[in-house]
Design a protein. Structure first.
Lengths: 160, 168
């Protein structure tokens, strides 16, 4: 399968590696070494297990599912490595760092729907499939995460 | 629509799920209410910020590592420079600690050899003993010995001069 689909695999990696790497990075406490390993093994596993790589949406859901499971099973110790954000101006970077700081206070189960919704633009149905919950639960968790994130950002801003 | 309605309708608004009537009412309220307008803008900004957080720099060799792993399922992928750095730091730190432990351990046991049972250094005791002043009788006997030696030397000196003079 590897030899036959080499170009397809390369294109899938190029298309999704940034968002998957970012997802892992934020789920494992910004540990870049660990994010690299998990990202590489998630791609490998998802590609090997996919019967057809032509259906990108199906592959992406499979890839996200594998990645989230791998991140869930590891013990995270926040390292707060310096993350290099691309195409972001200096002033905006300051605001993003506040959001990031607030994000790190959220539980794993709340962080996941936020990233899936706002970084991958997944529907609540797809978020439910990845998180193995019902669609309404996915909606509730996303709303809870959002509310908690807002509250945390307000707290950080009021302390500074 | 009032301010509470805005909070409840915000998520459907951001996802473009409001009915036409609701959408118009929503927009009409935020046009007139400064507080709600600010709230909607801040929440909209948050979605945007979460999306922007995904724009991280990916390690350059990630793609090649994945391809290598796929091509060599049984082998471990070649370690990335990026990945190995922390492991090296940990191993290096352990080696430094071990070396320091061995060094101080050896110095401790070496010093221990020159200490008596009470822990006092033996070398110092010996030095102090060497410079202890002799008592009176010892001093007297030493003086006598010195005088004897001086006499002998004097006598031999005289003999030498006599011999020298005779030679002339």
């Amino acid at each position: 399968m590897y030899n036959q689909n080499e170009d397809t695999i390369k294109s899938l990696i190029a298309q999704y590696q940034q968002r998957i790497y970012a997802l892992v990075l934020y789920l494992v406490g910004q540990d870049q070494d660990r994010a690299y390993d998990i990202c590489a093994s998630s791609f490998t596993e998802a590609i090997r297990e996919s019967s057809s790589l032509g259906q990108k949406e199906v592959f992406l859901l499979r890839l996200i599912g594998v990645t989230v499971e791998k991140c869930r099973n590891i013990k995270t110790i926040p390292t707060f490595d310096v993350i290099e954000l691309l195409e972001i101006s200096g002033a905006e970077k300051g605001q993003l760092l506040i959001v990031l700081k607030a994000l790190q206070t959220l539980d794993f189960e709340l962080k996941v729907p936020l990233f899936l919704r706002y970084q991958f633009n997944l529907s609540y149905g797809d978020i439910a499939t990845v998180m193995l919950v019902s669609e309404s639960d996915a909606r509730i968790k996303t709303a809870q995460a959002r509310a908690q994130l807002d509250k945390e950002i307000e707290r950080i801003l009021s302390n500074t | 629509m009032n301010c509470d309605d805005i909070k409840q309708s915000l998520q459907p608004f951001l996802e473009d799920l409001l009915a036409e009537e609701e959408y118009k009412a929503f927009c009409a309220h935020i046009d007139t209410c400064g507080k709600c307008s600010e709230y909607v803008r801040s929440i909209g900004a948050l979605s945007n910020q979460l999306w922007k957080l995904g724009k991280v720099r990916v390690p350059e060799d990630l793609g090649s590592t994945i391809m290598y792993k796929l091509a060599h399922p049984e082998e471990k992928a070649p370690p990335s420079k990026f990945v190995i750095s922390k492991k090296h730091i940990v191993i290096g730190s352990i080696l430094i600690l071990l070396a320091a432990g061995i060094f101080f351990g050896v110095s401790y046991f070496r010093n221990k050899q020159y200490e008596d049972e009470e822990g006092a250094p033996i070398i110092k005791t010996e030095v102090i003993r060497t410079f202890e002043p002799p008592n009176d009788s010892e001093a007297q006997s030493l003086l006598n010995q010195l005088e004897t030696i001086a006499e002998k030397l004097g006598a031999s000196g005289k003999d030498n001069t006599t011999e020298g003079e005779t030679g002339k």
